[in-house]
Write a protein that binds this ligand. Structure first.
Ligand SMILES: Nc1nc2c(ncn2[C@@H]2O[C@H](COP(=O)(O)OP(=O)(O)OP(=O)(O)O)[C@@H](O)[C@H]2O)c(=O)[nH]1
Ligand SMILES: [Mg+2]
Ligand SMILES: [Zn+2]
Length: 294
């Protein structure tokens, strides 16, 4: 099929070459057509002209669904937010911030509680008790003991996924276990370049079974919130939505207002303190930014 254009996914960019997996499965080592001005990044869907001996030339980039920065990766559809049940104990504030960042980028989040072979910290129990009924997917897993990893594999089918979460929760362990065949490679890379590898521009997506991809990099290296309206923040809280109907003001921030459905739910224990307090912390951050732009 030499000469005819094909479509594929860029999964690695290394020393001037772009590695593209065509839709039918074959991998091509590609250069970029000179006239193409945009930068090609991992996660890009491209059209390319296949040449002999597994080489090719990228002709154009398809429109991106989203683009994460530092490192750049396009079309991310899922973020696996990893927390350990203990060692280290989960950070609920970071969890809520990551859930918000995912929603803002239109990326589906999934919470992975790793190290389920250990006795859970009280905060891990809060996560298991509250987030599933709040509308979030939560899986208890153990990368080390290989528990419930089939569920993660199923989840990754058809996705381009990134990891997020604090240091030491087991993100690299998880990627190593999920990508069995590629184990060695991942370890080599991390040993050689150490922790600094997250600043590298060569983001690699690893295949999970046949149809899923996961990036060997933490998804949101920048945890700052983008500029947004304070009145829109609660839109990203699926668990607040039914209670917001009872707010007196349509633009209620659920902060200092009276007759607020969200604050009533807090009083009645339907929204837990930590979830509301995390919301207020993020709200104050958004309001602070709003002031600067005014
Ligand atoms: N008990 C237990 N320990 C685990 C599990 N998964 C990972 N660990 C251990 O947790 C430690 C940290 O794991 P890493 O995979 O390096 O964690 P990380 O999230 O990649 O950390 P950073 O790269 O610093 O962000 C290692 O000692 C792992 O062996 C698990 O399921 N159970
Ligand atoms: Mg790591
Ligand atoms: Zn309200």
């Amino acid at each position: 099929m030499t000469g005819q254009e094909a479509v594929g996914l860029v999964f690695k960019n290394y020393s001037g070459f772009y590695y593209v997996q065509a839709v039918e499965g074959q991998v091509y080592e590609c250069k970029i057509r000179g006239k193409l001005k945009e930068t090609v990044v991992s996660g890009d869907w491209v059209t390319f002209t296949p040449l002999d001996s597994g080489r090719g030339i990228i002709e154009s980039i398809q429109e991106r669904k989203n683009l994460l920065y530092r490192p750049k990766i396009a079309n991310v559809t899922m973020v696996l937010i990893v927390m350990a049940v203990d060692r280290p104990a989960p950070s609920l504030a970071l969890l809520d911030r990551l859930l918000l960042l995912a929603a803002l980028q239109k990326i589906e989040p999934c919470i992975l509680l790793n190290k389920c072979d250990l006795e859970p910290d009280a905060k891990a129990n809060l996560i298991m008790d509250y987030y599933p009924q709040a509308g979030f997917k939560v899986l208890s897993i153990s990368a080390k003991q290989q528990l419930n990893l089939e569920a993660v594999r199923d989840l990754l089918q058809g996705q381009i996924a990134v990891l997020a979460g604090p240091s030491g929760v087991g993100k690299t362990s998880l990627i190593n276990t999920l990508t069995y065949g590629l184990n060695l490679k991942t370890q080599e890379v991390s040993r050689k370049i150490g922790r600094g590898r997250h600043t590298t521009r060569h983001v690699e997506l690893f295949p999970i079974d046949k149809q899923g991809w996961i990036a060997d990099t933490p998804g949101f290296s920048v945890l700052d919130l983008p500029a947004m309206k304070s009145t829109e923040l609660a839109d990203y809280y699926p668990d607040f939505s039914v209670f917001r109907e009872e707010c007196r003001f349509t633009d209620c921030l659920h902060f200092r207002e009276k007759e607020c459905g969200v604050k009533n739910a807090l009083e009645n224990g339907k929204i837990p303190d930590f979830r509301y307090n995390n919301y207020i912390q993020l709200l104050e951050e958004v309001m602070e930014k709003e002031k600067c732009y005014r």
